[in-house]
Design a protein around this ligand. Structure first.
Ligand SMILES: [Zn+2]
Length: 110
């Protein structure tokens, strides 16, 4: 039910803003190195394109519902709409590759 995901995302963000739950801490250089190794190792989730525990399974946070065959392989999946799923547990290549070619970060404008 997509409304559940949207509601969870709003509540989760509100809790972050209110300081009830901390936002994800910034990635350390070691975190980024580990993530890049995992990406090179092909541990990317085929369902969301990110890194998270139990990739390419129904545990993917982008998956709203799905079906497995008798061997436990995902055979059918329904996704949450873009912007309505919890990406806080997912690392994307862009999150860890932003400093591959440059050693310093420029602050974002605005
Ligand atoms: Zn995934």
């Amino acid at each position: 039910m997509p409304l559940d995901a949207a509601a969870r995302a709003v509540v989760g963000r509100a809790k972050e803003v209110a300081g009830i739950v901390p936002a994800r801490p910034p990635l350390t250089d070691q975190d980024k190195r580990d993530a890049r190794e995992a990406i090179k190792g092909g541990q990317i989730c085929v369902l969301c394109g990110g890194l998270h525990v139990c990739p390419s399974t129904l545990a993917c946070p982008r998956v709203a519902s799905g079906k497995l065959n008798g061997d436990g392989a995902v055979i059918e999946v329904t996704f949450w709409a873009m912007g309505q799923w919890d990406t806080s547990r997912v690392l994307f290549a862009a999150d860890v590759e932003d400093d591959l070619d440059e050693s310093e970060h420029e602050p974002e404008a605005g």
